[in-house]
Design a protein around this ligand. Structure first.
Ligand SMILES: NC(=O)C1=CN([C@@H]2O[C@H](COP(=O)(O)OP(=O)(O)OC[C@H]3O[C@@H](n4cnc5c(N)ncnc54)[C@H](OP(=O)(O)O)[C@@H]3O)[C@@H](O)[C@H]2O)C=CC1
Ligand SMILES: CC(=O)N[C@@H](CCC(=O)OP(=O)(O)O)C(=O)O
Length: 313
């Protein structure tokens, strides 16, 4: 367990909920001894990650939770993240780890780019529908809502209690940096370029994420086709669940777990459908999916360390 400003402090003082665990004092990355370490999770700010990963020994398997290796197109990364990319060779080696979609590639990867939370909640329902050619590539409208923990622990005025409580706000309107990541995954599924309308919102809750997605069905396709495709895609998956028809997914029902719950509903406008998916942004949207990926990379049962039920209420 490494740190930067908090190097030298005990885990228990930084995360008091872990005080009962016998955990080591945190060291800075440069002082860490990786000789007897098999694998690392890298959970550093975008940009910082590339330089640190470049310096890590090659024997390590790495799951990186930042965005530094998610976008294949380096120019696109530099445009959306506003900083140069200094590890394009490592980028070429990286596998995008949306587990249920890329499991076979993750198995053989040394470096996995763990997806962002919004892209996870959006691609899980859309990729199978696009691959099966059940929805049109145009007019995909995505409205997403996130808990405040998605913004990390750093102090920012916009994340103060008095700014967040009892209200919601949209941010990154038309230019959120997850847009290229979402479009990359959907375009791969379609094998042609897809553009989406995406607006994220910050909700007065600690954790949880919902994406409500409005799509146009392809000619001749019915709601039943969409439902059955999602059922077929995920019926053998432990962590992605299509709910019974008509049941609305709720963030409360996946809180603190690695589950993604989803469902599909008919729009009042003929030919259109509404998809709702929910995850815990910190688990399936971050650390849970990262652990799922590492389990696959190391040949462990995929659910190791992930067998806990959602915390309710
Ligand atoms: N929050 C979320 O829902 C999600 C976040 N992510 C990604 O995970 C990463 C971390 O996010 P989050 O945990 O929220 O951010 P935080 O700001 O809460 O944590 C950042 C961590 O990085 C450490 N750090 C910062 N700079 C350096 C450095 N130069 N060298 C070594 N360590 C450093 C910090 O250590 P110290 O405190 O000691 O300075 C801290 O532990 C980001 O890339 C983020 O995009 C991914 C998915 C979801
Ligand atoms: C609420 C909030 O601020 N959310 C973050 C997304 C967090 C996340 O998962 O994305 P990355 O892994 O790409 O950082 C944001 O919108 O920037």
């Amino acid at each position: 367990m490494t740190a930067d400003r908090k190097a030298g402090q005990s885990m228990g003082s930084v995360f008091p909920h872990l005080i009962t665990q016998d955990l080591p004092t945190m060291v800075s990355v440069k002082d860490a001894d990786f000789s007897s370490v098999d694998a690392v999770f890298c959970c550093l700010p975008h940009g910082t990650t590339q330089d640190i990963i470049k310096g890590l020994p090659r024997h390590l398997k790495i799951v990186d939770l930042s965005a530094d290796f998610r976008l294949r197109d380096i120019a696109e990364y530099e445009e959306w993240y506003g900083q140069p990319h200094s590890a394009s060779d490592l980028q070429k080696e990286a596998v995008y780890g949306l587990t249920e979609i890329s499991r076979e590639d993750v198995k053989n990867a040394r470096l996995v780019a763990n997806p962002g939370c919004y892209p996870t909640s959006i691609q899980l329902p859309l990729v199978p529908l696009i691959k099966a050619k059940l929805i049109e590539h145009r007019n995909i409208i995505i409205d997403s809502k996130s808990g405040v923990s998605g913004a990390g622990r750093g102090a920012k005025e916009a994340n103060l209690y008095s700014e967040i409580a009892e209200g919601i706000y949209s941010y990154g309107v038309t230019k959120h940096r997850h847009v290229p990541e979402i479009e990359q995954g959907l375009s791969d599924a379609a094998q042609s370029k897809i553009n989406v309308s995406f607006t994220p919102h910050l909700m007065p809750m600690i954790r949880g994420m919902q994406s409500t997605i409005y799509v146009e069905m392809s000619q001749g396709v019915t709601m039943e086709d969409l439902y059955q495709q999602l059922r077929k895609s995920y019926e053998d998956e432990e962590f992605v669940k299509l709910l019974d028809k008509g049941v609305v997914p709720r963030t409360h029902n996946v809180r603190g777990s690695n589950y993604c719950f989803m469902n599909v509903f008919p729009d009042r406008i003929p030919g259109r459908a509404i998809i709702i998916s929910v995850i815990d942004n910190l688990v399936k949207g971050a650390s849970g999916q990262a652990l799922q990926n590492l389990n696959i990379m190391l040949g462990y049962p995929e659910n190791t360390g992930l067998l806990y039920q959602p915390l309710f209420p």
